[in-house]
Ligand binder design. Structure first.
Ligand code: ADP
Ligand code: MG
Length: 661
């Protein structure tokens, strides 16, 4: 969980001149560690390990319990077990794939087959009938009984020579060409180096539990005296201690960052409060109380000569774009520039359209900058931006590129922050002209519980839009097994007959845009055949931007009844006439993501439905999770539940690493 930056901070390179034969310290490149070398160092780099000290924080993914033998009669299909048994018979079989098979029997007369597809003569020769084997591996149900394929094993003449382990065995994330055993040896060597490092021995006031070095020792090489149950449960004081340290380090880094940024100079943007009546005149609706309150908070921040650092949290559909529009308008009126960055082209285009409609009549020209512009268009856009003619720039991460230069950038708005990493946020900040830091407004619809927000966004002030615009009708959510697909199709048919539209969302377990696109194509073909009276469209991440745009526009204009989509439509897309959303394999997605998707419907006055289709059988936990969505539409409550049921990884995980879809 530690962000790499933190580990880097602790392991900052030494300023001393490097001697010709370096004394190994925690900062030494790992290739100089005893037992390592350049080839191994290259493999370790794949795990993000470059220096000796980083080995220490390569913590076990889990622990294997090899402290007791499982009787062969009690082996469970799919489990992992340690067994000890007498060799009855060993032979090479040629049926099907060539394999080496050893049948063994334990003291309680249980039976097991060990199978090897890769083996050499010496290995095979060790398995002599009457000798004993200790094996650890995955159990599966074979034709004649339980089997272990390629277990880790040892062979001996007597069972006493093959005792069980007396402590837990750590199991690490690996990479090609690296074994658990090798990694354990390296980590042991790194622990040796750490014991000579003063920083690891120094007490940290206020933190409980074993000191850092001791905690690391326990986790890498738990002794037989340690409380194994607590280690397995992740609640051992050594684990707790490292968690506390990470949180503390994270807080300190964020605070230092905040302090540094606050001391910077920003261009004051006055006049946002005064611009609100004009904005409201263009919007065609009245601001909600919450929007007005947040806009006033933003107005106060940006009128100062120090940078604003503000996070706007608001549930899906709460109207965050309007807050961005207000701030961008004020910047334009002050003769300055603002930029709005969105995570997908679809969303950037939609923002550009809305902002142009709202702001251009107020003399704030809007310019869209995206990855897929024609060369001449792109050149023109960049020229307008650097000349300062484009007061409001909207784009995807294309705005981060080196070539994008601003003349008077005063404000940066980042939409759907959870889709970007901290690094990208910082990169935009550096786009302002000499010595000036832009004001930053960060918007997120992934509501995260307060405690987590304070940790994650410790460098930001937080505003919350806790009110939805009036006139929204609630979304009814149902959870339905895929075997009742016919009923779902009937619902879609009925809604479309009444002039409504529907989304059909495909999900995949694998994070592959190609596979996801294929799945969506297949789903679209199937639906076209099943619903011959309806027009079915398709958007996914592999379509050319122009095609994507054409499909979206057709759907917006009501020319398509059903839009099949991948999760690209998760963020931002706004078509109020769509009143049904079907999510296939809903059990695969996180609750917050499902909530986001669901937010695409219920935007108009008509009663809307969200159908969560699942592939039976559904586990109890999965059922509980989907039930949460049936029971509430409050994004904050959903995030809290997600946190309780699945832990913070689900909420933060990949999304915080900054990979953009
Ligand atoms: P989100 O917070 O999810 O980004 P949007 O900014 O996309 O929400 O707004 C959702 C929809 O609500 C849009 O169609 C927007 O025009 C509309 N909207 C925003 N504010 C109001 C309001 N005060 N009254 C009525 N409709 C509003
Ligand atoms: Mg939005």
């Amino acid at each position: 969980m530690t962000p790499p930056a933190l580990r880097g901070a602790r392991l900052a390179p030494p300023t001393l001149p490097v001697p010709t034969r370096p004394l190994v310290t925690l900062d030494t490149p790992v290739q100089y560690l005893k037992g390592a070398g350049p080839a191994l160092a290259a493999r370790l780099r794949a795990l993000g390990i470059e220096r000796v000290g980083q080995l220490l924080f390569h913590l076990p993914l889990h622990y294997e319990d090899r402290r007791a033998f499982t009787p062969l009669a009690q082996l469970r299909d799919g489990g992992r077990a340690l067994v000890r048994a007498r060799i009855e018979h060993a032979q090479v079989r040629f049926a099907g794939r060539r394999s080496f098979q050893v049948s063994v029997r334990d003291e309680q007369d249980g039976w097991l087959l060990l199978r090897f597809f890769h083996f050499n003569a010496a290995q095979a020769a060790a398995f002599v009938a009457g000798r004993w084997v200790r094996a650890f591996g995955n159990v599966r149900a074979g034709r004649g009984g339980p089997e272990m394929i390629h277990p880790e094993y040892r062979v001996a003449d007597v069972p006493e020579a093959l005792p069980p382990e007396d402590a837990l065995t750590p199991s690490y994330p690996l990479t090609a060409g690296l074994t658990q055993q090798r990694l354990r040896t390296l980590i042991a060597a790194a622990l040796e180096v750490a014991s000579g490092d003063a920083a690891f021995g120094a007490p940290l006031p206020g933190l409980e539990g074993p000191a850092t070095l001791e905690a690391l020792r326990v986790l890498h090489a738990p002794g037989s005296g340690e409380d194994a149950a607590r280690i397995l449960a992740g609640t051992h004081p050594a684990q707790q201690r490292l968690i506390d340290e990470e949180l503390l380090a994270h807080q300190l880094c964020m605070r230092a960052l905040r302090r540094r940024v606050r001391s910077h100079v920003a261009l004051p943007v006055p006049g946002l409060a005064a611009a609100l009546p004009d904005l409201e005149g263009r919007l065609g609706f009245r601001l909600t109380g919450a929007q007005r309150r947040v806009l006033i908070e933003v107005a106060r921040d940006i009128s100062r000569p120090a940078p604003m650092l503000r996070l706007v949290q608001g549930d899906v559909g709460s109207g965050k774009t309007v807050v961005a529009a207000g701030a961008l308008l004020a910047a334009a009126r002050a003769g300055l520039q603002g930029v709005l960055m969105a995570p997908t082209e679809l969303l950037a285009e939609q923002h550009a359209q809305n902002l142009a409609r709202w702001l251009e009549p107020l003399r704030a020209p809007v310019c869209l900058l995206k990855g897929a512009l024609k060369r001449a268009q792109r050149r023109n856009a960049l020229a307008a931006i650097v000349a300062g003619d484009a007061a409001v720039v909207v784009g995807t991460h294309a705005v981060l590129e080196e070539a994008t230069r601003f003349s008077r950038l005063a404000l940066v708005v980042i939409d759907e922050q959870h889709r970007f990493g901290v690094q990208q946020r910082l990169a935009l900040r550096d786009k302002a002209p000499g010595g000036v830091t832009p004001h930053q407004l960060v918007m997120t619809a992934t509501p995260i519980p307060r405690t987590l927000a304070q940790t994650l966004y410790a460098d930001l002030d937080v505003s919350v839009i806790d009110e939805l615009p009036p006139g929204r009708s609630p979304v009814t959510t149902v959870v339905i097994g895929a075997q009742r697909r016919d009923q779902v199709l009937a619902r879609i048919g009925a809604a479309c007959a009444e002039g409504r539209q529907a989304y059909w969302v495909c999900t995949l377990i694998e994070e592959s845009e190609v596979l996801e696109a294929q799945a969506a194509e297949v789903a679209a073909q199937k639906l076209t055949a099943e619903l011959p009276a309806l027009r079915v469209g398709l958007v996914h991440g592999r379509l050319k931007p122009a095609e994507k745009e054409a499909q979206m526009q057709a759907f917006k204009r009501g020319e398509l009844h059903v839009l099949v989509a991948t999760t690209v439509i998760e963020v931002g897309v706004d078509v109020p006439n769509a009143s049904i959303m079907v999510i296939e394999n809903a059990e695969r997605l996180g609750l917050s993501q499902l909530h986001q998707l669901r937010g695409r419907v219920g935007r108009g006055a008509v009663e809307s439905q969200c159908v969560l289709l699942f592939q039976p059988p559904l586990s109890d936990l999965a059922k509980q999770r989907l039930d949460v969505l049936r029971q509430t539409q409050d994004g904050f409550a959903i995030a809290q539940k997600d946190l309780e049921l699945r832990g913070p990884g689900e909420l933060l995980g990949r999304r915080q690493t900054g990979d953009v879809g």
